[in-house]
Ligand binder design. Structure first.
Ligand code: NAP
Length: 260
């Protein structure tokens, strides 16, 4: 049988990264931009977006910024329209924006739960919904969702509400894969382990040292580790992969016994 090797030409690709102003999202944006793709990053703070765009542009990347709040359906609609206009179309959506405020179970109330679900779950769904038309027009649309090992695979005291949102994203991905397949759009999820980002800094250095102790590779992951996985799902080579998950955690979820 003759194999038709589709090799990715990143220079033709137009990519929107939500939560692209810092942390994992900025790392994803950096990966695509350095490969030659045209990238738009979104987030709520225009200052943080400007700062991130400057950093990417200094590295030679083509980058646009779109201020948006993914918890609002209307804001997502506007984000998609602006990104498509700035980039001249859309091939890849990285639905990455997310929050992870710690909160013990007994303190969880309606407001806190509504807020985390609004950003992590509603935000993912609204972003995909808003970008669907543009991705369908691309003819090779890709969605890459940033989920987590926390929830789908592991537990973390104080992050039960967060774990619920990260598991919910995967439920969405599997059903959306069926609805999007007819438009030649794939949707997959990356499940990062512990990745050193601005957001993780809030947990404190002693929590971070504990995390490193649980990782067989003895280091935190980097945003670039997650970018590589996102770029695999966005590549031509992954055209037949949809509704799937990829754990990127340095082996954190593997051990049956603690190390000696
Ligand atoms: P981060 O450093 O706190 O960055 C979060 C990004 O999301 C920022 O750009 C932020 O910009 C944006 N954002 C937050 N709420 C938003 C909203 N309502 N609308 C639009 N943008 C919003 O976080 P991170 O550590 O990079 O995490 C990114 C993603 O990876 C999240 O989905 C998180 O659950 C996931 N993850 C992280 C880790 C880790 O170890 N760091 C592990 C597993 C999974 P603004 O605040 O300006 O809006």
């Amino acid at each position: 049988m003759e194999v038709d090797w589709n090799v990715t030409d990143w220079s033709t690709m137009k990519v929107l990264v939500t939560g692209g102003s810092q942390g994992i999202g900025l790392g994803i944006a950096e990966g695509f931009a350095q490969a030659g793709a045209a990238v738009a990053i979104s987030g709520r703070s225009e200052d943080t977006l400007r700062h991130a765009a400057k950093r990417l542009a200094e590295q030679g990347g083509q980058v646009e910024t779109v201020a948006a709040d993914v918890s609002s359906r209307a804001s997502c609609t506007q984000m998609a329209a602006e990104a498509e206009q700035l980039l001249g179309g859309l091939d890849v959506l990285c639905a990455n924006a997310g929050i992870y405020p710690e909160c013990p179970l007994e303190d969880l109330d309606e407001t806190g739960l509504a807020e985390i679900f609004a950003t992590n779950v509603n935000g993912t769904i609204f972003s995909v919904q808003a970008c669907r038309r543009g991705l369908a027009q691309s003819g090779r649309g890709r969605v890459v969702v940033t989920s987590s090992i926390t929830g789908p695979i592991t537990g973390y005291a104080g992050l039960g509400h967060y774990g619920a949102t990260k598991a919910a994203q995967l439920g969405f991905v599997r059903s959306a894969a069926l609805e999007l397949a007819g438009d030649s759009i794939t949707i997959n999820a990356v499940l990062p382990g512990s990745i050193r980002t601005e957001g993780l800094g809030g947990l404190g250095e002693s929590a971070i040292a504990k995390m490193i102790g649980c990782i067989p590779q003895h280091r935190l992951g980097t945003p670039a580790d997650i970018a590589a996985a996102a770029m695999f799902f966005a590549s031509e080579e992954a055209a037949f992969v949809t509704g799937q998950t990829l754990v990127v955690d340095g082996g954190q979820t593997l051990p049956e016994l603690p190390e000696d």
